[in-house]
Design a protein around this ligand. Sequence first.
Ligand SMILES: *Cc1c(COP(=O)(O)O)cnc(C)c1O
Length: 390
Amino acid sequence: MTASSPLMSTYPPAPVTFVRGEGSWLYDDTGRAYLDLLSGLAVTSLGHSHPDVADALAEQARTLLHVSNLFGTVPGPQVAATLDRLLGGGGQVFFANSGAEANECAIKLARRWAGAPAGRYKVVSALGSFHGRTLATLHATGQPAKHEPFQPLPDGFVHVAWDDLDALAAAIDPSVAAVLLEPVQGEGGVNPATVEYFRGVRDLCDERGVLFMVDEVQTGLGRCGAWFAHQHFGVVPDVVTMAKALGNGVPIGACWARADVAAAFEPGDHATTYGGQPLATAAARAVLAVMEDRDVPARARHIGEVVASELTAAPGVLDVRGLGALIAVEVAVDARQLCSELLGRGVVVNAVTPTALRLAPSLLIDDAELRSGTSSIAETVAEILEGDEN
Ligand SMILES: *Cc1c(COP(=O)(O)O)cnc(C)c1O
């Protein structure tokens, strides 16, 4: 039997092939333009082909790509210092290549910090969460159906109901080293935590002497209207992971930890060949410079307000939820059908649940572009509703 594609079938067949992008626009292999309201799943927060990022990559490619982590390089420590400042200071960073790897680092750090031989090693996470697809982060991901084909998964993960402090309090026994939560469950349907929950989790972790680790892989770096979404809740986590927007499309992840927690790692405890290499960190350095210059958290708040005001009262829209520019639009029609009809009209979104679209536009999108996207959504929902009535 010959396979029809040279790629493994881990994704459904692609509906369109993109060959170029600029700002909030993508172009397919026939030259057709699409308004991108998804940003490669909250990755290209500065839009496609941002000139500062492209220039940084080209210059770094001609200067130095890789020397291994046995030697120092210039951009990595600069990016780490910027991230530490944006997180309030007092921490250190480990660079990885993806969100899952950033979380692997956090999980290993928690075990090292808690002293695994003493029997404290478990990580408690929430049902409906998403933390990655490696074996450990898959087990941290609170979606039991995704676990089944891959059992046995690494031991040491416990799941509790989302936004339920009593459930969490009951789960933190003496075998637990850390709690790992997203401030807004992204893949789980764009479900923001409440302020009371995050503050309660911080207090509980302090009382029980366990780490509070926050997965900001999707929510971080301005997307939710603050540099990091947990900052809305007024809590300071012990560990923060990030990835998606950090390279604006160049693979890079980072695990930040308070310095006394980070000190649990000794040379040789954790490593990566590519993590922190100059190409990726030069991209991240350029990304962070543009993000600070353009004040992307303020822009994310504005985007969230525009989308809510344009869509909340639209026929067939049941709810608009989210934080800043990470938005779910709950609809009275099949979200997958809506998503594919929007693609047919040249608008890129995704169906984050069977009844909700996810929007994560470029944080540099302009109001006219954004409003053309929201009116396409409103019109398409209305058309599907009319079709359903006939
Ligand atoms: C996307 C995502 C991950 C996984 O990141 P990868 O780069 O795909 O490994 C982890 N956590 C959250 C919250 C995510 O949204």
